[in-house]
Write a protein that binds this ligand. Sequence first.
Ligand SMILES: [Fe+2]
Ligand SMILES: [Fe+2]
Length: 272
Amino acid sequence: MEHARSDDPLLEPAMWKLFRNFFNLAEKRRRWSIEDDIPWEQCNKNLSPAVADVVESFCAVELYLPDYLLHAIPWSRPSRARTWFYANWGYEESKHSMALNDWLLRSGHRNEERMADLDNDIYAHPWNMPHDNVVAMLGYTMVQERATALNYRNLRRRIQEAGGDPALEKLLMLLAVDEQMHHSFFMGAVRLYLELDRDSTLEQLRRVMNHFSMPAIHALADGKQRMTRIKELKIFDDEAYFKDVYVPLLQELGIERSEMRTRLPSKKSAPL
Ligand SMILES: [Fe+2]
Ligand SMILES: [Fe+2]
């Protein structure tokens, strides 16, 4: 793993500030309870099976948490800010998988046996890091968190159109807010690297953002089918990625589209 300029004396204090803001906001405004904050008695048992399939796929992505942490902790270890962030992130993501799992069971769309099969499938098809560079991984996760927030929002819309499910709608809203805040942390981290070394950071962002695909689902035994269902329900596809993730993200980061076209690596920029 190539380590970014974590020896830059400005980077760690700025990253720590970013983390403390993330943490303080989460403590103040964002803590929620699986038991108390979701109207479980209002699960819709008659919701379309296609929607339940997509909920299961998103639950699978969340259930890959051990693999994400297994990889994230070693490359984050040089930075206390990133390590503390991942400790908190892991807590929040673990709640996401539990809440989605609970909905699948309580709504009657899945049983314990089927969920155990899913666990086995995930264990048999581990997730591996798509990039070997700290900035690339920060950029990748920044994009993925934004895409996940969008997925949950779009799924919520489809559920409302399909007759509604107050339990699942509330749950997805809570998850989408969490994902958006994860995204903000990673975007803040990418901004710091852009300020430190724009050329090298852009080089990594080109690798990540110009060739993005959602993680983990592909690795599953029936990954292709799962992706097709997500596209069929118009929750996420290449067009949504471009319109609702790629373009707004570049704008927010102050990056021109022309800067994202492939270039030869600049000789002047230090390796990140
Ligand atoms: Fe999540
Ligand atoms: Fe997240």
